[in-house]
Design a protein around this ligand. Structure first.
Ligand code: ADP
Ligand code: MG
Ligand code: MG
Length: 873
């Protein structure tokens, strides 16, 4: 098996084998960019390493050695060589990018001998010493497991004793002394000298990168991002180029567009005379890339044109790492840039305008779930005007967050488990803080720039972050920070504005944002492409209004029970339920009719010409009755009833398994007058609205929980009779459709029969999931997490449709129904109507529409367009 590929043997589309970094290095090389030479050890090799109980094996080692000699031939240098020593970096790189989660070693190949040769060759002893001390520190941390702070302490002590603040102010002699101290630290920890044999260094580093695939922070990152654990990482061995070779050298990170806003302008930072992680670590404050123009115009122009070419080549925003060695530019990495939701949308739309991609490609690029993040909160402007701004940092990731201050990841997690909202405050974040970043509302760091770890990770998570807030003086160990002389302790409340970088004292209420222009255009394209209609589940005019604003084309489910719970009518509802005879019940229903009619009137008014499916009463009646002793007493006195009698009445309505009890169409069969009243309210309201504003309303009445065609036959007749009576009286005729929900498995299995009496079907996938899996949604919380962790069900079947089981029933039902009526309108109104994966499934089965909660309407529009694009491929 081939485990090692030279950069010029690879291609950009070999990510699975070579990892993202390796494949892109190969691709950059292929299109002629200046990339230092090197080779990639495959992810297969990593997986083989784990299969062989963490053993590299002879075959792999011999392939590495022969690739190394090839590299030595190409570069004319030799690892550990006495004339011209080769130095390399050993870089991890998985299939999917996991920024900062795994380890990299720079300057490998240095030892007590090569450092001298390099000092001589470069005529720069300081540079040689600086590279060696960096190497000892990184190698010890990554490979030998000696924590970084051991070295940082020595380094900082020397800086302090020399009275300097910048690393670059240390002399070669200072660095030599530091190196000796570093070696002592190593000896103390491993009882052996620092490894001097470069070949051995190399194999040890490769093995350490393999191991870093399974370090705790990488595992947590994979969990949080749904990345499989068995992909493995590749390892890249690459000739070093040096950004720390004096003031005409440097290193930096750049994005081809703005990863926060999507604006088309180069965005990035660099540091002169620096190496590797210096930029992201936030130790020195970097300069914006644009400042490079002044430093070295030639390099800047070359950089700009190459970066633009790279973006054109990949047809997407790139995140690029580069190094300048004595005025010569090198590219060390490119990858698809992580970006905020707003940026993703703007970039996709702009790239269509620029002719780089098609509308379809733009839509396929949007992960529907990010749309949620686009509805990022912003602070309520009135509250903000009164809030006390204490300082300002960099607006590293947009959003608005308020919460209690915590300084350590584990404290954030604990507080979150106690139901608190938190803000993680750190000097700077590192990959160890990942759990705290996930659990907090927002992140505040004192150091670091726009490309610091905190900024990059927060943007990826869609989490609010203010970085590089220099006024914040943090003492993590004391769990406090100062801004000026203002003291903040653990648990104190602050707010962060990720759009401006401002930090406020106290909690500020936040509101959701409106859609912007780019978003609107993308959505319009999605609407042009998609075949399925998107409706919403809404029971109130307010929800209906929100949904229409978000692009809903109608209401797919208007539940009427929520209307019954409103304070002004629940007494009448109770009166109706507890009626001793039909007259009493009718009496109560007569009182309910105008109220219910007003409900529908308001809904129709809000919806204009858009259709609305109204579902008749569904829940078991006892849900409307009081259960607390004092409420029962109150109701008894209101109804002029003895408490005991009322209690008996309530007890009689109690059910052992209400989900499968006296509910849905069973209510309609036993108390037809309830459904009659509802139908009357619907039609009268529609007529009134039509008369008021001329809306052409077509009634859609939906019968819940049907399992037998006779249920539907009976209730359909009842509904039609009620409607016709109203038409006759008012001499007004409206079109109407009577349909049913498919949510009982028997209904799915006999859909051909049921279709005979139905004008439309709407799958109620919540109940259908409950009844098909035999899980009650209210009780599944006890075992579903374990089921998910053991992958019995991969996802929560109440959130993402169980396509194998419930999906099969849906397919059967759709096929049978369309055999009866080929043009039967079919849709879905369960939770799953807003889940992108389930939406793909519904499109495949041939649904006419999906209906979901208002805030998921935009997600559904995009997902439906994606389903259509995929179906044409
Ligand atoms: P990460 O995946 O954490 O970004 P990288 O492997 O990209 O780790 O390495 C981090 C940084 O180290 C790079 O951005 C670059 O600045 C530096 N680096 C890596 N390899 C080389 C090299 N061959 N020459 C010079 N610098 C390098
Ligand atoms: Mg990198
Ligand atoms: Mg239901």
């Amino acid at each position: 098996m081939k485990y090692v590929y030279a950069f010029d043997e690879g291609r950009g589309d070999m990510k699975k084998l070579l990892g993202g970094k390796g494949a892109n290095l190969a691709e950059m090389k292929r299109i002629g960019l200046p990339v230092p030479e090197g080779f990639t050890i495959t992810t297969d090799a990593c997986n083989m390493y784990y299969e062989q109980n963490e053993n590299m094996g002879d075959e792999l080692i011999s392939q590495i050695k022969s690739s190394l000699s090839e590299l030595e031939n190409r570069t004319g240098k030799k690892l550990g060589g006495k004339d011209s020593p080769l130095l390399v970096s050993v870089r991890s790189g998985a299939y999917v990018s996991m920024p900062g989660m795994m380890d990299t070693v720079l300057n490998l190949g240095m030892n007590d001998e090569t450092v001298k040769v390099i000092a001589k060759l470069s005529d720069d002893e300081r540079f040689a010493m600086d590279s060696y001390r960096r190497f000892i520190q990184m190698f010890s941390d990554v490979v030998l497991g000696i924590e970084k702070y051991n070295f940082d302490n020595v380094f900082d002590d020397v800086k302090e004793s020399k009275g300097v603040t910048q690393d670059t102010e240390l002399s070669a002699e200072d660095l030599k002394a530091i190196i000796e101290k570093y070696k002592l630290i190593v000896f103390e920890h491993i009882q052996e000298p620092f490894p001097q044999d470069p070949q051995k260094q190399l194999l040890m580093a490769v093995e350490a990168v393999f191991s870093s695939w399974n370090n705790p922070r990488a595992k947590i990152y994979r969990q949080a991002n749904d990345i499989a654990h068995d992909l493995g990482t590749a390892v890249n061995i690459q000739e070093m180029v040096f950004g720390n070779m004096g003031e005409d050298s440097g290193t930096g990170v750049a994005f081809t567009r703005n990863p926060s806003t999507g604006e088309k302008a180069l965005f990035g930072e660099f540091l002169m005379n620096a190496q590797g992680e210096d930029v992201v670590a936030g130790i020195r404050t970097p300069q914006p890339v644009s400042a490079l123009e002044k430093q070295n115009k030639k390099v800047y122009d070359e950089f700009l044109s190459t970066v633009n070419a790279l973006e054109k080549h990949y047809k997407d925003m790139q995140d690029i790492e580069f190094t300048i060695e004595q005025g010569k530019l090198f590219f060390l990495q490119t990858r698809t840039a992580k970006r905020t939701a707003a940026s993703a949308i703007r970039v996709a739309v702009d790239m269509v305008d620029e002719g780089l991609i098609t509308k379809e490609e733009a839509i396929m690029r949007i992960d529907p779930s990010i749309i949620d993040k686009l509805l990022h909160p912003t602070f309520d402007p009135n509250a903000l005007a009164k809030a006390h701004c204490i300082t300002k940092g960099l607006p590293a990731s947009p959003g608005a967050a308020s919460g209690k201050v915590y300084f350590y990841s584990e404290d954030v997690v604990r507080a979150k488990n106690n139901g608190e909202k938190t803000i993680l405050v750190r000097m700077e974040t590192s990959p160890e803080d990942i759990e705290g970043m996930i659990s907090s509302e927002g992140i505040l760091t004192a150091r670091g720039g726009m490309t610091s770890h905190a900024a990059v990770v927060a943007r990826g998570m869609g989490k609010c972050c203010v970085a590089g807030c220099h006024d914040v003086k943090v003492s993590e160990s004391e769990k406090i920070f100062y801004v000026g002389n203002m003291l903040f302790k653990e648990g104190d409340e602050i707010s962060l504005d990720g759009n401006t970088g401002e930090v406020y004292k106290g909690i500020i209420p936040a509101t959701k944002v409106e859609f912007s222009g780019h978003f609107g255009r993308l959505m319009k394209w999605a609407d042009e492409i998609r075949a399925m209609k998107v409706r919403t589940n809404a029971d109130t005019p307010k929800d209906a209004k929100t949904a229409v604003k978000f692009g809903a084309e109608g209401i797919g489910l208007c539940r009427t029970e929520h209307m019954f719970f409103e304070e002004d009518r629940i007494p009448i509802v109770r009166e109706m339920i507890l009626a001793k005879n039909i007259e009493q019940r009718q009496n109560a229903l007569d009182k309910l009719l105008p109220i219910q009619k007003k409900d529908f009137y308001d809904m129709y008014l809000e919806m204009g010409n858009r259709p609305m499916t109204v579902r008749l009463l569904d829940p078991p009646l006892h849900e409307f009755l009081p259960h607390e002793a004092k409420d029962i007493e109150l109701l008894a006195s209101e109804l002029n009833m003895e408490v005991k009698v009322l209690e008996e009445h309530i007890a009689a309505l109690e059910e052992h398994n209400p989900m499968l009890g006296h509910r849905g169409c069973r209510l309609g069969i036993t108390y037809p007058e309830i459904y009659q009243m509802q139908c009357k309210a619907i039609v009268e309201a529609a007529i009134d609205v039509k008369e008021k504003n001329g809306s052409e309303i077509e009634l859609e009445i939906m019968i819940p929980l049907v399992g037998n065609k006779k249920e539907l036959e009976i209730l359909r007749k009842l509904a039609i009779k009620t409607l016709e009576d109203v038409f006759e009286q008012g001499q007004q005729i409206l079109k109407y459709k009577i349909g049913t929900m498919i949510e009982v498995p028997r209904a799915a299995l006999t859909a051909d029969e049921i279709a005979q009496s139905a004008d439309f079907f709407s799958f109620g996938t919540n109940d259908l999931t409950q009844m098909t899996l035999g899980f009650s949604r209210d009780d599944a919380g006890k075992f579903l997490p374990i089921y998910k962790s053991r992958e019995i069900y991969e996802k929560d079947p109440f959130q993402s449709l169980d396509q194998t089981g419930v999906g099969e029933l849906i397919k059967i039902a759709t096929k049978k129904a369309r055999n009866t009526k080929s043009d039967l309108k079919i849709g879905i109104c369960g939770e799953h109507g807003g889940d992108p994966q389930s939406i793909q499934f519904f499109a495949k089965v041939g649904f006419d529409y999906i209906s979901c909660s208002p805030y998921r309407v935009p997600i559904a529009r995009i997902a439906a367009a994606q389903a259509e694009i995929l179906s044409k491929k």
